[in-house]
Design a protein around this ligand. Structure first.
Ligand code: CP
Ligand code: NVA
Length: 296
């Protein structure tokens, strides 16, 4: 089984996985070690930089008794010296699971097709399902379930698209505000409707945050979009998409991180008690340990 999109698991599997993550988190807090993945190896392919994904997967494997191999953009032949499918087949002969952070989503799909071990999407231009696992775990901890209203205020790309599908799976009430031209794809909205409910969509951040319990944002310029920087910054700031004290009331604030203070969020909001971003970041570790044990 691969984990390339959050809807690769059913609602029931997702709940089981989150429960497993909570159990592992509690064990970890009690200082209990686990040898569940003793002798197992994870190959981690990175075409883009990462702090949270890299460190949480690597430490997660160690805490489970296994081992992770970091494969950065200059370390392996993926995509340039060797076709993706050959990398998939060769790595499968060494490691027990592969995690890949790449630009083109089709590359993780091809890895998944040719690998004979599970492949996990560690972020593509289209999706970030591991982030959604941690986000749902964080919301479940805060609200004791998914009876909460969330507003997405920002770009409708990878992190948002996975969150839309995750919200549909668990029945979270979601409104997505994106500037004109930066919305979630129709395919993702249609899939959300198939899974449960498609979110409300708007181009007005104020409408979205009104009545919400949580407001979630992401950077305006994602990795690989550097050439669009000036255009995107002006589109998002002119449309009032910054999370600041004027836009917000008393909502909690989520951010997948890294954050660009002064762009999508102010320093004051990020540093305030309303920001639950460090819980989200920590939960990457516990959620992915749940995922790794589930897949293996
Ligand atoms: N949120 C997230 O995936 O962070 P990194 O880019 O640091 O891995
Ligand atoms: N949307 C951001 C998320 C980083 C975790 C990016 O793709 O750069």
């Amino acid at each position: 089984m691969n984990f390339l999109n959050i809807d690769d698991v059913t609602h029931r599997q997702l709940e089981e996985l989150l429960t497993q993550a909570t159990n592992l988190k509690e064990q970890h807090a009690r200082g209990k070690t686990s040898d569940g993945l003793d002798g197992r190896s994870l190959g981690m392919i990175f075409e883009k930089p990462s702090t949270r994904t890299r460190v949480s997967f690597e430490t997660g494997m160690t805490q489970l008794g296994g081992h992770a191999v970091f494969l950065g953009p200059d370390d392996i032949h993926l995509g340039h010296g060797e076709p993706v499918k050959d990398t998939a087949r060769a790595l499968s002969r060494y490691v027990d699971v592969i995690m890949a952070r790449v630009f083109d989503h089709e590359d993780v799909v091809e890895l998944g097709e040719y690998a004979t071990v599970p492949v996990i999407n560690g972020l593509t231009d289209d999706a970030h399902p591991c982030q959604t696992l941690a986000d749902l775990l964080t919301i479940r901890e805060r609200f004791g379930g998914f009876d909460a209203e969330v507003a997405w205020v920002g770009d409708g790309n990878n992190v948002c698209q996975s969150f839309v599908l995750g919200a549909a799976l668990v029945g979270l009430e979601l409104t997505v505000a994106t500037p004109e031209g930066y919305g979630v794809s129709d395919a993702v909205l249609d899939r959300a409707a198939e899974l449960g409910t498609a979110p409300e969509t708007t181009t007005d951040p104020e409408t979205a945050v009104d009545g919400a319990d949580v407001v979630y944002t992401d950077v305006w310029v994602s990795m690989g979009e550097e050439s669009e920087r000036a255009e995107k910054l002006s589109a998002f700031s002119n449309a009032g998409f910054q999370l600041n004290e004027t836009l917000l009331d008393d909502q909690l604030v989520m951010h997948c991180l890294p954050a660009h203070r002064g762009e999508e969020i102010t320093d004051a909001v990020l540093e305030s008690d309303r920001a639950i971003v460090w819980d989200q970041a920590e939960n990457r570790l516990h959620a992915q340990k749940g995922l790794l044990t589930y897949l293996l």
